[in-house]
Design a protein around this ligand. Structure first.
Ligand SMILES: Nc1nc2c(c(=O)[nH]1)N=C([C@H](O)[C@H](O)COP(=O)(O)OP(=O)(O)OP(=O)(O)O)CN2
Ligand SMILES: [Zn+2]
Length: 109
């Protein structure tokens, strides 16, 4: 099994829709650190699981310097973003989304 992992740094704003009082319901931003892990049993004709550049184009280009509530139809929690990444990037088996050093969500297929 081949495994590749791409690290992305993304500046983006969001607010959360919650059924309890929270400062996070107000618009605010994070410098998100995201790790995308992809796996394949065999490599493509270029000798890759997936080009790192393609991962960047699919995730960084969509999210960087955006209001995540405007570009996503779901509540943009770290968990939901991690799931969206796994569903969007070919061969993705795991996405780790860090809002900060202490706040991390992971989705694995
Ligand atoms: N399970 C989740 N919990 C929370 C999420 C999330 O995506 N998944 N997101 C938030 C907010 O985005 C919020 O911005 C987090 O703010 P922060 O101030 O970093 O959170 P803390 O209060 O926990 O920060 P400390 O620095 O540890 O005090 C909230 N929760
Ligand atoms: Zn937040």
């Amino acid at each position: 099994m081949y495994t590749v992992r791409k690290r992305l740094e993304i500046s983006a704003a969001h607010h959360l829709q919650l059924d309890y009082e929270s400062k996070c319901t107000h618009l605010h931003g994070h410098n998100w650190i995201i790790y995308v892990t992809c796996q394949a049993e065999t490599l493509d004709k270029n000798g890759m699981v997936i080009d790192f550049k393609q991962i960047k184009e699919l995730v960084h280009a969509k999210m960087d310097h955006q209001d995540l509530n405007e570009i996503f139809s779901f509540n943009p929690t770290a968990e939901n973003i991690a799931k969206w990444i796994c569903d969007t990037v070919p061969h993705c088996v795991k996405a780790e989304v860090r809002e900060s050093e202490g706040n991390v969500a992971v989705y694995e297929k």
